[in-house]
Ligand binder design. Structure first.
Ligand code: F6P
Length: 531
């Protein structure tokens, strides 16, 4: 796929949406329901065991049809075909984007190349199965011959967020006697405190890094190596059975000292923030078992098929992406809130922050021009009902437009009827109250709720591995659709490079003090004097 000269702002649909936006002030979601008794059902869509109600949005039929035209007039469908076919759509790194191949079945292949990639992914996942089974069955032994009770995943970004979220979300399925720990921050207090509570004889470290060069991860791994030396007298612990490497760069892991048979490889065409489906997912497989991990992949595949096959108007990722574009580009919403009514999805907003903001926080088009429209929104969130007692005040009565995704499981096997009824009742009450608002009693303007605040409600039948997989793939594709419409490369992350480079300079043996700006130099000196 050769990037074309295209700008969303030059499409007919964009111009029409701008004129719709000028009139949107007069739109009332409640009136839209009054005018169309079928709205709740016509503005909803099902994909597998996920149900999306998007009827509480500031869109009428005309706006909705124009948004769909925008999707049609954009390169979305061409990009989608190119992505699944393995074309190098990550143009700045000349890389294919094939996390879909990690969860595909051989029958999904449309070419010999696709078929080979699916085979490779299956082989690599078999290695994950073998290792995770051995650990779960107590056959993987530490250096003193004891079975593993604690696994510490050391990684950051995509090598941490996805596995950590999945292990938490799927806690219902977790192994009864193996605990998972996640270390990402280079803040020593995190790793030192965690290791202090563990028995080194029964601890396994999984060093998760696509590149095996990430400074934070390597420093944390070094601290873990040192801990084994101090506690067990084990020299070069990275060469022992206490260390596994998860990487797309096996030569770096080997050079680090990890044994070849302890390295679980994945392909370079798996982006870091999409790597929970690859061997980076080892910690998930250890926690919930390979069968459940496979179910998670199967759920993601179902969403891939839905994304590839459903018409745009019934395509859940497309629908969510278009609504996001409507709010970001036409109604000036700067942020989007994701509010799961499920404590096990507490980490979903931080996971989505990387997925969305690292993917679409870009200002250069695929053809190298500066964009003249907004791209990725600021994503934030917290679980309900906790958020209700924190930031919901602003959502109800503040001055900012914040579209919301409410997410919940209709049934929760870990909860009970009373709790679950109250939890979901709260979610439904919030989305209804945000939409309907309420007039202020005479002389009490502070009790005015303007209402007309938009939200989606996404219901999973239950938080099973399969539905969790589908949920994550849904957001992956939503972000992809938006990137295609905005004509940006959603798969690189050059924005993180400069800070890394400057940190290296600042921390080098001979810091180039004096070469940084005066504020940074002064802060550096203050820390040096006070540490
Ligand atoms: O933050 C930049 C980034 O490259 C992410 O995209 C990635 O998930 C993270 O760093 C970790 O990289 P690695 O897996 O190579 O250690």
């Amino acid at each position: 796929m050769k990037p074309k000269s295209y700008s969303p702002t030059q499409t007919d649909a964009w111009a029409k949406l701008q004129s719709h936006a000028n009139l949107a002030e007069n739109l009332s979601i409640v009136s839209l329901f009054d005018a169309d008794l079928t709205r709740a059902s016509s503005y909803s869509v099902k994909a597998g065991e996920l149900f999306l109600d998007y009827s509480k949005n500031l869109v009428n039929d005309e706006i909705w049809q124009t948004l769909l035209c925008l999707a049609e007039q954009s390169p979305l469908q061409e990009h989608r075909t190119a992505m699944f076919a393995g074309e190098p759509i990550n143009t700045t790194e000349n890389r294919a984007v094939l996390h879909g191949a990690l969860r595909a079945e051989p029958t999904d292949a449309n070419s010999e190349d696709e078929s080979q990639r699916i085979d490779l992914a299956k082989q690599q996942l078999q290695a994950v199965r073998a290792v995770s089974d051995k650990i779960r069955n107590g056959q993987w032994l530490g250096s003193t011959g004891k079975a593993i009770t604690d696994v510490v995943n050391i990684g950051i970004g995509g090598s941490d967020l996805g596995p950590k979220l999945a292990v938490n979300a799927l806690h219902e399925y977790s192994h009864p006697s193996i605990s998972l720990h996640f270390i990402s921050n280079v803040d020593g207090a995190e790793i030192l405190t965690t290791l202090r509570g563990l028995n080194p004889e029964t601890t396994l470290i999984a060093v998760a890094s696509k590149t095996f060069t990430t400074a934070e991860t390597l420093l944390n791994a070094k601290t873990a190596i040192h801990w084994f030396e101090q506690t067990l007298g084990l020299e070069n612990a990275q060469t022992s059975s206490h260390f596994i490497g998860l990487t797309a760069n096996p030569s770096n892991a080997l050079a680090y000292g990890i044994q070849a048979q302890h390295i679980l490889e994945f392909a370079e065409w798996v982006g870091g923030r999409y790597s929970l489906w690859s061997s980076i997912g080892l910690s998930i497989a250890i926690s919930i078992g390979f069968e459940h991990y496979s179910d998670m992949l199967a759920g993601a595949r179902d969403m891939d098929l839905h994304f590839k096959q459903a018409p745009l108007a019934q395509n859940m990722p497309v629908i969510m992406a278009l609504l996001g574009i409507w709010y970001s580009n036409f109604l000036q919403a700067e942020t989007i809130a994701v509010i799961p009514y499920c404590e096990r999805l507490l980490l979903l907003p931080s996971y989505l922050q990387q997925l969305d903001m690292e993917s679409n926080g870009k200002a250069t088009t695929l053809t190298g021009e500066a964009v003249n429209y907004d791209t990725g929104p600021i994503l934030w969130g917290q679980t309900g009902t906790n958020g209700q007692h924190a930031f919901f005040q602003l959502l109800h009565q503040g001055t900012r437009q914040v579209p919301i995704d409410f997410i919940a499981a209709a049934h929760d096997g870990l909860s009970n009827n009373e709790h679950h009824r109250v939890l979901l009742g709260n979610m439904l009450a919030q989305s209804a109250a945000l939409m309907t608002g309420q007039a202020a009693p005479e002389g009490q303007q502070h009790r005015y709720y303007p209402g007309n605040k938009p939200s989606n409600t996404l219901l999973l039948k239950e938080l099973s591995p399969k539905n969790f997989g589908a949920l994550i793939a849904l957001y992956e594709h939503k972000v992809f659709v938006q990137g295609s419409i905005w004509n940006i490369n959603s798969f690189d992350q050059w924005g993180v490079e400069l800070g890394k480079k400057m940190a290296n300079e600042l921390l080098s043996e001979n810091p180039v003090n004096g070469e940084f700006d005066p504020s940074t130099n002064a802060l550096f000196t203050y820390i040096a004097d006070n540490s």
